[in-house]
Structure formats: structure tokens, C-alpha cells
Design a protein around this ligand. Sequence first.
Ligand code: UDP
Length: 323
Amino acid sequence: MNILVTGGAGYIGSVCVEQLLNRGFNVVVVDNLSEGHRDAVDTRAVFVEANIEDSDAIGAVFKKHSIDAIMHFAALALVGESMEQPGRYFKNNVYGALNLLETGRIAGIKKFIFSSTCATYGMPERVPITEDLPQNPLNPYGESKLMFEKILSWYNKIYGLEFVAFRYFNAAGATEKFGEDHKKETHLIPNVLKVVLGKKEVCEIYGTDYPTPDGTCIRDYIHIYDLVTAHIAALKPGIVGFYNLGNGDGYSVKEVINMCEKVTGKKIPAIERPRRPGDAPKLIAKADKAHCDLNWKPQYPSLEKIVSSAWEWHRKHPDGYKR
Ligand code: UDP
């Protein structure tokens, strides 16, 4: 089976490419390297440097390769940035994705697997969050993902095209070869580990006055290997719809920092900062639907294992993919 992976040079995409190849799939990666790294693309994959908004380049990929399914990871994904540059977010995450979907549909793909986000829920009316809760995004990033979820539903209704949209909670951790290296790092775990590596002086805690037991935000962290195995399970014909991917456990920012101290054996200095705009106090998934329909079970649900794998990777790659 031939899979087109967009964003295969990025954090989650690179691990997905690796795991698809390990299981005998053929993989074509499309990535414009705006965020991704050429060295993060598994050497066994075919690599095409192209932008998903470029119809000619995407059309040429489908002409050259007979693609059975698309896994679409390429996206802009920073909440704060989306509040400053909404146009870029809608253009890439909606227009670019639609270009890919329409070209793939005409070429006869059987399935479209999409990286959506729990940011589509906004402030959830209850936690844990089930897939049927109202979606009211708080920022253009979440809105752009929700818009594309709706486009996928229409393509299913009108053309019968199978899709799976995964609403990720907090992706974290690494495999032995591939890990997290963003040009502008905003995520909690890599930022805390950077302090241990001496790349940052202190870690910052954004908000200590949330209505949570220690006042800091609670998130549901999921190992990227587990995220990826759900995508591979979703290739099965007949699986269609929206699925949360999380572990169902919540950890506060302070608990995550404590776990990083435990795993690295180092005291990590932290300073308290004001709240970051757009952050919900508590986001925890109920992922029973994925367990049940996809027969999917996370292998690394413990925060300690997630942080340990991230630490292993960052220790070996203190400068990320830079050689
Ligand atoms: N956070 C923090 N310091 C950081 C980065 C993040 O306190 O350096 C907080 C952030 O405000 C949020 C949580 O950690 O409450 C997780 O943030 P992250 O950016 O990792 O993921 P998000 O939940 O925004 O997708």
C-alpha cells in the first residue's frame, strides 16, 4: 500500500513515516521544510520538497506515484501565532489541505487521515472530553482545523471518501531516531528539558491562578508512537469519523516539571509568568471510541515513560537535527 505523508519531515510525521516503513508500507513524503528537517525524513521514504498549496507540485506527485491513502500532518500549529497571523493559518490549514484532498480524490485515493486537535473544543463544557461535545475554538488554529473537519464530512457524504480526523491532545516523547525539534519551541516538555541541557536558563510557567489543584493548566500527554499506531490502524477500510487521541490522564504544568526533574535527576528552575492567551485550564481526552473502533491501545501511557523517551532523544540531539 502506498501512503502519501505530508509533513513527514516534522515531529509527528517523521515518526509516522518510520513506523509505516517498518510495517512494509511504501511512503512518499511531501514537506516544504518550513518547519520540518530533511534529516528527519527516514532514508527509506521517497522525499518531495513541495508546498501543499502548490497545485502543480501536488498534482505531479499523484501523477508519478499511485497513492492509496493520505496522512496529512503538514500544518501551521501555533496557537499564539494564529492569533497574530490568522490568514496564514486559514490559507495553509484550510486552502492547502483542500488542495491536497481534492487532488487526491480526483486521483482515486481510498482514505484521508487528518491531524486535527483538541483545540477545536475550545473551553470544553466538561472533562474528560468526548467526541460529541460542542466545538467552539478559541483561536484561528483550532478554527482552521474544525473547518477542515467539516470539509472532510462533506467529501464523505458526497463522494463516499473515507476519512479519519484525529483530535490530538498533547503529543510528546520520541522514538530512538526521531524527536521534537521545532524552530520556535513553544511546547512544555521540550522547553523544560532545554533548561536541563543548558539551552535555556529557566522554564516558564504560564499561569498559576487556574481553577486546578495547583493553579497550573492540566493537559493529557500522549506518546507520539501511540499517536502513530492509531493512524496506522485507521487505514483499515470502513473506519470513518472523528477520534480523540489521549490517555485520559491529566497532569499539571508543575507535575510535568517535577517529572522532568525525576527523569533527568536535575533540579529545574522555574519562574511564574502570566497566563498565555487562549489556554484552557484543563483538557483531558476520553478516547474510548478509538480503543473500541480501532482496537487501539497506547503502549506508553505513563508520563514517566513519555518524558524519559523525550529526554533520551534530547540528550543525544542537544541541537536537534542540526549536525
Ligand atoms: N506551558 C508552560 N510553559 C512553557 C510551555 C507551555 O507553562 O514553556 C504550559 C501552557 O501554557 C499549557 C501547557 O503548558 O498550559 C501545555 O502547553 P503546550 O504548548 O506544550 O501544549 P498545548 O496544550 O498548548 O497544545
